[in-house]
Design a protein around this ligand. Structure first.
Ligand code: CP3
Length: 342
């Protein structure tokens, strides 16, 4: 049996046409997603409804034939499983009850207790591993500890992650304890996804770019290294994709440092630079600017081809540099796929 294309790229193989999927491929730009979300009630009810979460995961596979499906869930389910309140404000984004000091930390649940909340997510994975087309790879995921901590501390998304930096800079030991708790919870969460059928896992560190110097080492590199080595000890054959978004020059050597099989590049990274300095270590994923799926036209085709061309000398999984936005035109996704696959 020929292996799935995504798994071949992750094993270091250069393919004539790169396999492709998109961050947020199940999302509001698709009318069928909006219909299923309305049926579920709201976003979180959709995340915790295995049948409907599997349905929205499958929608972009049916429509476009992507090479991978990503589990439909959210990185903020872990804080909820650790005992924080979580809700989404329409048009604004997530809100959480907060942990700003050691008193808040002491009230969080134990790692062993997260599965009570997260069990429906594992059921979604089980449904998907049964229902996905044979050549589609199933990707599980979690947020990296620093990114998850920024939401737990601020209670919402923040442009500069100031509350998390404040905690780190006033009580480094307390902050490290919170990072350690999220790290251990993430190992158990991703292991459970793998045991339910996820074939690859991805770690999203969306705010890695705001960590500098020693902080980057301590709170981006070290937790990712711990998570990946624990997963590799239990599941040596499951590839891991790391996404230290906006890490800039720290992308160089990142995959090797943390033990990842692939590093995902955001769209601030120049593809030619990354081919010369990052892809030399192994598989890269990325990095088309998602705005091009809104504007379309000749620029979409030209940029898609440029990304393919830049990475054609080594293992590459085509993706966006960040999630597709709700205002993207679904037809532009087809045009992007034509430019990749010919
Ligand atoms: O990629 C996928 O399609 C898989 C599912 C997935 C979602 N969120 C679904 C989602 C994944 C992998 C995520 C990751 C995630 N969630 C991240 C890391 C990646 C990134 O985007 O940087 C972060 C920071 C979150 C937290 C989060 N969830 C925010 C800030 C928001 C609000 C912003 C927005 O787009 O509305 C969400 C909501 C969210 N997560 C939606 C989806 C499809 C939109 C919810 C809706 O239907 O209204």
């Amino acid at each position: 049996m020929t292996q799935k294309t995504i798994l071949r790229a992750l094993a270091g193989e250069r393919l004539p046409t790169p396999p492709v999927w998109m961050m947020r491929q199940a999302g509001r730009y698709l009318p069928e997603y909006r219909a299923t979300r309305a049926q579920a009630g709201d976003f979180l009810s959709l995340c915790y409804n295995p049948e409907l979460a599997a349905e929205v995961t499958l929608q972009p596979i049916r429509r476009y034939g992507f090479d991978a499906a990503i589990l439909f869930a959210d990185i903020l389910l872990i804080p909820q499983a650790l005992g924080l309140d979580l809700w989404f404000v329409q048009g604004e984004g997530p809100r959480l009850s907060t942990v700003t000091d050691m008193r808040g930390y002491a009230q969080l649940r134990y790692v062993d207790d997260i599965h009570d909340t997260l069990a429906p997510v594992y059921d979604t994975v089980r449904i998907l591993s049964r229902e996905l087309p044979r050549d589609t790879t199933l990707i599980g995921f979690a947020g990296a500890p620093w990114t998850v901590a920024t939401y737990m501390i601020a209670g919402r998304g923040t442009p500069d992650q100031a509350p998390a930096h404040a905690f780190k800079d006033t009580d480094r030991e307390g902050f490290a304890a919170l990072i350690d708790l999220i790290t251990r919870a993430t190992v158990e969460y991703l292991s459970a996804q793998i045991e339910a059928g996820a074939e690859v896992v991805k770690l999203f560190d969306s705010w890695a770019g705001s960590l500098k110097g020693q902080d980057f080492d301590d709170f981006a590199l070290t937790p990712a290294t711990r998570i990946i080595s624990a997963l590799k000890a239990r599941h040596p054959d499951v590839p891991v994709i790391a996404f230290p978004r906006e890490a800039g020059p720290r992308y160089q050597g990142f995959a090797r440092a943390v033990g990842a099989d692939c590093v995902a590049l955001d769209n601030s990274v120049d593809a030619e630079w990354a081919a010369a300095h990052v892809q030399t270590d192994g598989c890269v994923q990325g990095n088309l600017d998602p705005r091009l799926l809104v504007t379309g036209g000749p620029a979409l085709q030209a940029e898609t081809r440029r990304v393919v061309q830049a990475f054609r000398g080594g293992p590459h999984i085509f993706n966006l540099g960040h999630g597709i936005t709700p205002d993207a035109d679904p037809d532009n996704v087809s045009r992007m796929l034509e430019a990749i696959r010919g």
